[in-house]
Design a protein. Structure first.
Length: 201
């Protein structure tokens, strides 16, 4: 137990600042309780932000991961974790289409009908664009996703409350937003855009 606690603390220290604030809550919320649930748990898809990447590995030697240690940590809890890449600088709508294609392939590969989504920073713009697209086409269908987590979303707070949240709420069984008042990237984004960001608490 002590060794596990040390590893957990080290993992938190390595996470992007915007993820650190809510990661302990995320892990507790998504950790299967009975061991029997682990085999049937839907996959988790990690969605990187702008200029994101899966990993940098010059000469085949892993140097840097975007979600440092997160896939390994969740894997040890019994989850199947996917961290695909999309074009790092495309328009959010274009990246939304790419994400939907990646998710469709993951569902085909795993044979599952739903996935959990975790997006970080500006990755939330692409994810919410994808969810809005899905919501527009939904009629009386059940939610498409099991759980959606928006971590440190770099989105205009007022736009999120007014336009995005009401539209995407029906696309998942549960949607959670994790915010932090210590995220330097979001503080800079607020200065650049002139409006509060949804990921700032």
């Amino acid at each position: 137990m002590i060794q596990e606690a040390k590893y957990y603390y080290a993992l938190l220290r390595m996470l992007p600042r915007g993820l650190q604030a809510g990661w302990s809550s995320i892990a507790r919320a998504m950790k299967p309780k009975p061991p029997a649930l682990e085999a049937s748990c839907e996959p988790i898809v990690l969605m990187h932000g702008i200029a994101g990447f899966k990993e940098i590995d010059p000469f085949g030697l892993p140097l840097l991961e975007y979600f440092t240690g997160v896939p390994q940590f969740l894997g040890e809890l019994g989850y199947r974790v996917f961290a695909p890449e999309v074009a790092p600088f495309d328009d959010p709508v274009d990246r939304a289409r790419q994400w939907l294609s990646k998710i469709e392939k993951i569902l085909e590969q795993t044979g599952e009908k739903k996935v959990h989504l975790i997006a970080h920073s500006m990755g939330n713009r692409a994810m919410t664009a994808a969810l809005q697209s899905i919501a527009y086409e939904m009629q009386d269908e059940p939610p498409t996703f099991r759980e959606v987590l928006l971590t440190a979303p770099d989105i205009d707070a007022d736009v999120f409350k007014r336009d995005i949240a009401p539209a995407i709420v029906k696309t998942a069984e549960r949607i959670t937003l994790y915010a932090s008042n210590n995220d330097e990237a979001l503080a800079l984004s607020k200065e650049v855009h002139g409006y509060p960001r949804a990921g700032v608490s």
